[in-house]
Design a protein around this ligand. Structure first.
Ligand code: ATP
Ligand code: MG
Length: 353
């Protein structure tokens, strides 16, 4: 008998266009994992999108566009199971059950919630949804997303690592209360996961933060965005002979660091090293660096944009695809929810049989 295949799960919110942080923090890893002998589930987190969207937005259309971008990046619809979170409504039921054993204090320490809390304190009129029950419970819903498919591995960017750890905690607590083997505990996220800063020099590039370099940006947009990155003509000394991006970039002024991080991701290594040398030498070179980086990013985007516009991936194609995949993931999800109901003492659903 062959061993059980590894189960891989990752999600993305349909809150805007895919950016370089999403790509190098997450998507790149799932493209690689497609080649592993594993069951890969990728979902578009449309319920999660509601935690930050204040008014009505066409989340359905955004979901379809997000999936089209996934495919344009190289996600192979034949090798992965890609579904829409809301097409698996038993995830919401599992989140409800898990919510019964999750302490509020634990959730209040969640970074997403804490950041929003601080932002609202500083600026009570700040845009978007106010502090909601949904935002506080985001990690519980994310735990349900992960646990419902019995995932082993959750490839996400560094910003989501804490949420995966919370999912492990919740599952362990559930098992210790209701039965040792009910929920499958995933592995923790790799410590070397990337967090790409925003083009404004802030800690994180994010779809909802207006500071992104997008995979669908054309040449003119890329150049304009590069020119807007805040740089200083006074580079801080690196104080090291290392050229490792993880060592030198934290020593640079924030905006400059973003440029070098991007360069290390999309340009040949000798180009990156040459610009590190120029940094050490001082002088005015940011204009050339930005232009050259813009060219590498434009070349990176070109095939993605072309595939995104391929008429083969019509709305109907994508919807049929999502419908089929929702059917494929439903049995494992129902099995998890029903086991949890039984373990907690409610018993199996009479309606589902
Ligand atoms: P939003 O601002 O709406 O939350 P987002 O840009 O943070 O959007 P998500 O859909 O929340 O994107 O996350 C999708 C995946 O991309 C996750 O695995 C997340 O860890 C990863 N990711 C998002 N931003 C970055 C970033 N700046 N660096 C590395 N990974 C990132
Ligand atoms: Mg996010």
């Amino acid at each position: 008998m062959s061993a059980k295949q590894e189960v891989i799960l990752s999600g993305i919110r349909p809150t805007g266009r895919l950016h370089y942080g999403n790509y190098f923090g997450a998507v790149q890893h799932f493209l690689r994992l497609q080649d592993a002998p594993a069951t890969c589930y990728y979902f578009i987190a449309d319920y999660h999108a509601l935690t930050t969207i204040a008014g009505r937005r066409d989340i359905r259309a955004q979901t379809i566009d997000m999936l089209r971008t996934y495919i344009a990046c190289g996600l192979d619809p034949a090798r992965s199971i890609v579904y829409r979170q809301s097409d698996l409504p038993c995830t919401a039921e599992l989140a409800l059950l898990l919510g019964m054993i999750t302490n509020i204090g634990h959730l209040e320490r969640g970074t997403t919630y804490k950041d929003k809390f601080i932002k609202l304190k500083e600026d009570p009129k700040s845009e978007g949804n106010p502090l909601s029950y949904g935002l506080l419970g985001y990690p519980v819903l994310m735990a349900a997303d992960i646990l419902i498919v019995k995932a082993d591995l959750v490839p996400v960017g560094d910003d989501q690592r804490q949420h995966v750890e919370m999912a492990c905690d919740i599952a362990e607590k559930f098992n210790s209360r209701f039965g040792a083997e009910v929920l499958h505990i995933p592995r923790a996220v790799d410590r070397s996961a990337l967090r790409l800063p925003g083009l404004d020099g802030s800690q994180k590039m994010g779809k909802s933060d207006n500071n992104t370099l997008d995979l669908l940006d054309d040449a003119a947009t890329v150049l304009k965005k590069m020119k807007g990155v805040p740089t200083t003509t006074d580079p801080a000394p690196l104080d090291t002979d290392s050229t490792d991006p993880d060592v030198v970039i934290p020593k640079m002024p924030a905006g400059v660091g973003v440029l070098y991080r991007l360069l290390s991701l999309v340009a040949p290594q000798e180009v990156y090293l040459d610009y590190i040398r120029q940094y050490r030498d001082g002088g005015k070179f940011y204009g050339t660096l930005k232009k050259s980086l813009a060219e590498y990013c434009t070349a990176f985007n070109a095939p993605i944009i072309e595939k995104f516009n391929d008429p083969q991936y019509s709305d109907d194609f994508i919807e049929d695809f999502l419908r089929e995949n929702a059917k494929r993931v439903t049995p494992v999800a129902l099995d998890t929810v029903e086991s949890c109901r039984e373990a907690m003492g409610i018993g199996r659903s009479l309606y589902r049989g």
